[in-house]
Design a binder for this molecule. Structure first.
Ligand code: AMP
Ligand code: MG
Length: 408
């Protein structure tokens, strides 16, 4: 694949190397707005309307002309304007119009005075404060101008975007079809949940983690189950995944030793690079292409599989799905305890971030062995320790990345 695999590959190089090769592979389709939740916009949405579409009142109160107020005498109420029922009568000098929130302001209105700043005696309204010009009027187009880009292509539609699009009268949207991702776990020792375990067996946990993350990303998942360490069965699974999906993600069998026939098969079927990444957890990682589909081979250790998916596969899948992707914020925190670390790899330790008396504080979840899954489930952030950093003493400042998106 044109990468130097002699040494350990930095995460940023691996990411850049992958992203440069990938492009969106999902066609677009037109869907009714409610059905588009979770989908990725295929094109920019330009507003067909000004929002709000007309000048309207931000308060329940009285629409006034400043010249009428200048006399300092009470104004007579000429009539009422409701949301959906504009005032259409005459508006003689010395009069005001009772107006409700959202009602169009009558032509000539300079300001709306909120009800609480008035005294009403029948139809005679006394104004207790002098309004500023434009006060409590929401101007047409002040939120969104007609034709303005409200959402760029690549936006994944969440509940926050639905009312925005509805407010513009958008009934259907062009969205990408979901990315189709085949997955399987490799290993003779793996059993699905619900099956009894023989001595030496373990439950296949990775597939459940990977499936959950794919669901969060809005991908369609083709789950091919557990494939034993058997070349014929592996070959059949690779061929099926390649025929039916855009992407194949496997876990296990990419480290040295056991990886050998996986590597042999993949070399024969496609063009796959086996990388040793300079990150911990997650050293072994494979990336490349089968005849049709892209391939990601995650390490077998459960924590490594989750972390490499989160850090490397997630941005790659987002690009294939046409989705704009931003990593979660990184923050600075004080570590409340020493952290074990040796120089050489970028560490994604699992931590618990909390608000301390002097700002953000982070603690380790305990053993950082990549087979210790509880370290991930108790954590609410990564503690990201730079590649060349050694042991960290209590009280030092460290970078933390709170779990968002996939791992929350
Ligand atoms: P491998 O990369 O296949 O050599 O696996 C490394 C370690 O991860 C071994 O201890 C495996 O038993 C374990 N492992 C591999 N796949 C899974 C899986 N799907 N679920 C849980 N553990 C796994
Ligand atoms: Mg294995």
């Amino acid at each position: 694949m044109g990468f130097d695999t002699s040494g350990l590959l930095p995460l940023s190089d691996a990411l850049q190397g992958m992203l440069e090769q990938l492009a969106c592979c999902c066609d677009s389709e037109q869907l009714p707005l409610p059905a588009a939740l979770g989908r990725v916009l295929a094109s920019d949405i330009a507003s067909p309307l000004a929002v709000p579409p007309f000048d309207n009142s931000a308060m329940d109160g009285y629409a006034v002309r400043l010249a009428d107020l200048a006399a300092g005498t009470p104004l007579i109420m000429a009539g009422k304007a409701f949301a959906g029922q504009p005032y259409q009568g005459e508006w003689p000098a010395g009069h005001c119009v009772r107006i409700m929130t959202g009602a169009p302001v009558p032509a000539g209105t300079d300001a709306v005075v909120m009800q609480e700043e008035t005294l009403a005696d029948g139809d005679r309204i006394t104004f207790l404060a002098q309004p500023e010009p434009g006060q409590n009027i929401r101007r047409a187009g002040s939120d969104i101008g007609k034709g303005a880009c409200v959402l760029p292509a690549g936006t994944r539609l969440t509940p926050r975007e639905m009312p925005l699009l509805a407010s513009l009268g958008v009934a259907t949207v062009a969205v990408r079809r979901p990315l189709k991702v085949a997955i399987f776990s490799t290993g003779d020792e793996l059993k699905p949940v619900g099956a009894p375990l023989a001595h030496g067996d373990i439950y296949d946990s990775n597939r459940y983690g990977v499936r959950a993350m794919l669901a969060r990303m809005g991908c369609d998942c083709l789950d091919l189950g557990i494939i034993p360490d058997d070349p014929a069965q592996l070959r059949a699974a690779f061929i099926r995944a390649d025929a039916e999906a855009d992407v194949l993600i496997t876990t296990g069998g990419v480290s040295v030793g056991e990886a050998d026939f996986t590597k042999q098969l993949l070399d024969e079927l496609g063009e796959i690079g086996f990388w040793k990444l300079a990150i911990k957890p997650g050293k072994p990682f494979a990336f490349g292409r089968l005849p049709r589909a892209w391939f990601f081979g995650l390490p077998g250790n459960p924590v490594s599989a989750m972390v490499t998916f989160d850090q490397l596969v997630q941005p790659a899948l987002a690009k294939l799905a046409g989705q704009r992707f931003e990593r979660p914020l990184q923050l600075q925190a004080i570590t409340a305890e020493p952290l074990k670390k040796s120089p050489g790899r970028l560490d994604f330790q699992r931590g618990i971030l909390s608000q301390g008396p002097n700002g953000l504080e982070v603690r380790s979840t305990g053993s950082q062995d990549s087979a210790v899954f509880s370290s991930l489930s108790r954590a609410n952030c990564y503690i990201v320790l730079e590649r060349e950093r050694g042991r960290v003493a209590a009280g030092e400042t460290v970078t933390v990345e709170p779990f968002g998106g996939l791992l929350l």
